[in-house]
Design a protein around this ligand. Structure first.
Ligand code: NDP
Length: 320
């Protein structure tokens, strides 16, 4: 195999760099004393990118790399990569689906339970010694008799729905199109779904198409017993509208793993005892992150060894 040159724009899981270093020349911008100089020197020979997290692979970067063939993204969400622009240049984008599905669904369901049963606040009660004075108050919310509206019934959404069924929780959903494989009630828009349920689980991708899909109107439709869980992307929820809805009692509570401007978030969110905040840990176990790292490596190796990617995204299908 050719020793192709791969750009790594930002720090990644060490298994990615370990897995790639014996087969490829790696250009690692993270920690480089003069990133711009390094990139300018290597740009003409870069044929692949390994990226993830918030490192942007935008049109400007893609267009600086005349020999670019493939962008291998760490994560199933690839909103930081301009995949549409890559498609116009015949460049493939790959992501890491399936290997993280069950982990993220576990986290989502844990976050749901933590939120409806106030488990974070109850734990703080024990640690602060308040339990010595009095028992923790009974929670006004419970999973019992709830209906879970899943926005994004894809791989992870379906895995969450399976968990909900096992817990005796009714499921409804919204996608752009109804899924022929499920019997759950389908709603053609988020507003009608929110009006029909009391618990909304966001599992859609980020990007322009889903920006602020959940705003003031949707939160009003969800109502005063409503619980919002966001495990998808922070950009899907209008955080200002959410803070206002929590402050005014428009909805009851929220559990959030993702935020609009991570790692920052509106400080007022932290002032609501009932709200549960997680630092984007949906897939964050060593087991699952290692599997994701391996798939980033495998996509690049497969492309450069066999001419086929393993998991191309919808915007850059293969064969083309
Ligand atoms: P899938 O592609 O399998 O599912 C996405 C679902 O969203 C599909 O059902 C799709 O249905 C629906 N959807 C997409 N766009 C829209 C839209 N504009 N409006 C309404 N529905 C839409 O992806 P996964 O389930 O594997 O992952 C989902 C997302 O979860 C990722 O993109 C990522 O953002 C997030 N995620 C978060 C993690 C975390 O750590 N918190 C970890 C992993 C993933 P249809 O096409 O019919 O609309």
């Amino acid at each position: 195999m050719d020793r192709a040159t791969i750009l790594i724009p930002a720090a990644m899981n060490p298994l990615v760099t370990e897995g790639l270093s014996s087969r490829f020349e790696l250009i690692r911008l993270d920690g480089a004393p003069d990133k711009e100089k390094l990139l300018a020197e290597a740009a003409p020979r870069i044929r692949g990118i390994a990226c993830g997290g918030h490192a942007k692979v935008d049109a400007a970067l893609i267009d600086r790399l005349p020999k670019l063939e493939i962008v291998s993204n760490f994560g199933v969400g690839y909103d930081a990569v301009d995949a549409r622009h890559a498609a116009t240049r015949g460049i493939l984008v790959t992501n890491t689906p399936d290997v993280l599905t069950e982990e993220v669904a576990d986290t989502a369901f844990g976050l749901l339970l933590m939120t409806v049963r106030e488990l974070s606040a109850a734990e703080r009660w024990v640690r602060s010694g308040k339990w010595l004075d009095k028992p923790y108050p009974l929670t006004p919310t419970t999973l019992r008799d709830r209906t879970l509206g899943i926005v994004g019934l894809g791989r992870i959404g379906l895995a969450i729905a399976r968990r909900a069924e096992a817990f005796g929780v009714k499921v409804a959903y919204h996608n752009r199109r109804p899924s022929p494989d499920v019997a759950y009630d389908y709603y053609p828009d988020v507003l009608s779904l929110a009006a029909a349920v009391d618990t909304l689980m966001i599992v859609v991708p980020g990007g322009d198409a889903t920006k602020h899909l959940v705003g003031r109107e949707v939160l009003e439709a969800l109502g005063p017993k409503g619980v919002l869980i966001n495990i998808g992307r922070g950009s899907v929820v209008d955080e200002k509208a959410l803070v206002e809805a929590l402050r005014s009692g428009t909805i009851h509570s929220a559990g959030l793993d993702v935020f609009e401007e991570e790692p920052c978030f509106p400080q007022e969110l932290a002032s609501f005892e009932r709200v549960v905040l997680l630092p984007h840990v949906g897939s964050g176990s060593i087991h699952t992150r290692n599997r994701m790292a391996q798939l980033v490596v495998d996509n690049l190796v497969s492309w450069f060894e066999t001419g086929k990617p393993l998991t191309p995204v919808a915007e850059t299908p293969f064969p083309r």
